[in-house]
Design a protein around this ligand. Structure first.
Ligand code: GLN
Length: 455
């Protein structure tokens, strides 16, 4: 059952790339060649990568898949992409994504949906997930060796799970946010999306490190994550949180989860049932906090400083310019987030929503702190409550249906922890499913090593 339908027509049907950058790739490849010949080859020398459109790349369109950033080409490079290029990586292009990283299916993109290279027997086009859907589709279909993603509530891990690849969201503060177009600043983190754990370890090292241009960037040494992949997890304590057995989850995902647990036990880990009691409040808290921060971050798109400006009529003033520009420039999901965000931050509702969500966030973080203090090294959960769904399948559904996709991933962002999704098998339709491991802060090396044991 199921067929992997990679790279038809050189992959163009997948709509994974928003902009291809062959000139830059050519120049970078030549430079990489010269470094190889001179014997000074850095870690990523000549490695072809795709870059999510959320990263500012100097002189190259960086639109966050939004009309409002049409024709925006920044004059500076994001820290993360700059570090990848420093280490010899070659950029093949900018990758499709949900508009401003808001979504779980890549369908909110101004470039149109990206397509999952995996198909079930009925041949229907499936979503690669989102928001880093282009990144996931490109890596899964071998249209690049690795890609950058960003994860605010699951946007690296869910698309990785839907396309059968590996994706890690590091600890908040591990990778600089400088030059990454902001969605929800207290949750956003960059991370690698790759074919396997080893590639993720290599790429994450290049992406990590302190940056004075991001005040939340951590001033901590970056370990050699690859060197930590020993596969030895004997004596590690793996927590299985009972609250992640959510209603309506397909039995085959439960089975997969049990199988993952057994693999870790067979490798010598100690399995422990744990409780994270505030889990059920994570999704509502996230969908208050993320839109609140987004409404503030997106206020800068006013038609003056960046990208798109609406055509104005005789007599239109500055208010009309703002209104028309923002009405044309932002898609419906982004407008919904701005409205929810301004509502929950408004004087009359701030305490009831935003403040309450912040308190819930602190409790969620405390749940994790507690289990880690009790000796748990990592937590194993499913990555998503289902496999990839059809493009357009949620078109008429309540937007909250789409938000439910993030049920296992948002807790990790709210608590600032590292989380990784690794491919764990296929469902009855032959589509990939992922398992998620959640680790202690700053211990991505250990987390990658545990994931390595699951591979
Ligand atoms: N799907 C979530 C959202 O729409 C997460 C997005 C993300 O991680 N960027 O907000």
């Amino acid at each position: 059952t199921g067929a992997f339908n990679a790279a038809v027509d050189g992959g163009d049907k997948l709509n994974a790339y928003a902009h291809k950058t062959p000139e830059i790739a050519g120049a970078q490849a030549e430079a990489a060649d010269a470094r190889l010949k001179s014997g000074d080859a850095p870690d990523l020398c000549g490695i072809p990568l795709g870059i999510k459109d959320l990263f500012c790349t100097e002189g190259v369109a960086s639109q966050a898949a939004s009309r409002i950033l049409e024709a925006f080409a920044p004059q500076y490079e994001s820290t993360v992409t700059g570090q990848l290029f420093r280490d010899g990586a070659v950029m093949l292009g900018k990758l499709n994504m949900d508009e401003f990283a808001m979504g779980s299916s890549n369908e909110t993109s101004a470039y149109g949906a990206a397509v999952n290279p995996w198909k079930a027997d009925d041949g229907v086009d499936l979503t690669p997930g989102g928001s880093s859907g282009g990144s996931a589709a490109a890596v899964a279909a071998d249209l690049c060796l690795g890609a950058t993603g960003t994860d605010t509530g699951g946007s690296i891990r869910q698309p990785a799970a839907f396309t059968g690849i590996t994706g890690i969201k590091p600890t908040y503060g591990r990778c600089s946010r400088f030059g990454i177009i902001a969605f929800a600043s207290s949750l956003d983190q960059a991370g690698p999306m790759t074919r396997d754990v080893r590639d993720a370890a290599i790429m994450l090292r290049a992406m990590s490190g302190h940056d004075p241009r991001d005040s939340t960037s951590a001033d901590l040494p970056v370990p050699d994550f690859e060197a930590m992949l020993t596969g030895d997890i004997r004596g590690k304590v793996i927590g299985i949180p009972r609250e992640y057995h959510v209603d309506g989850m397909p039995g085959e995902i439960e089975t997969l989860w049990t199988r993952g647990t057994e693999m870790l036990r067979d490798a010598g880990a100690l399995i422990r049932d744990i409780s994270l009691p505030h889990t059920k409040y994570a999704l509502p808290a996230y969908y208050v906090i993320a839109p609140a921060e987004a409404s503030s971050n997106l206020a800068r798109y006013d038609g003056v400083r960046f990208g798109h400006r609406a055509k104005l009529a005789q007599g239109d003033g500055i208010t009309e310019m703002y209104e028309k520009t923002r009405a044309e420039g932002f898609g419906p999901e982004v407008q919904r987030r701005i409205m929810v965000g301004t509502y929950v931050l408004s004087a009359g509702f701030y305490d009831a929503y935003y403040n309450q969500a912040r308190k819930v966030r602190a409790l969620i973080k405390r749940d994790f702190d507690q289990v880690f203090a009790e000796g748990v090294d990592a937590i194993l959960t499913p990555a998503t409550p289902s496999s990839a769904f059809g493009i357009g399948a949620m078109k008429d559904a309540d937007p909250v249906q789409m938000y439910l996709n993030d049920v296992f991933t948002v807790t990790v962002n709210l608590a600032g922890l590292p989380g990784i999704s690794v491919p764990a098998g296929l469902d009855h339709k032959g589509l990939p499913l992922g398992l998620q491991l959640i680790g202690r802060p700053w211990e991505e090396g250990d987390l990658l090593n545990t994931a390595y044991a699951l591979e």
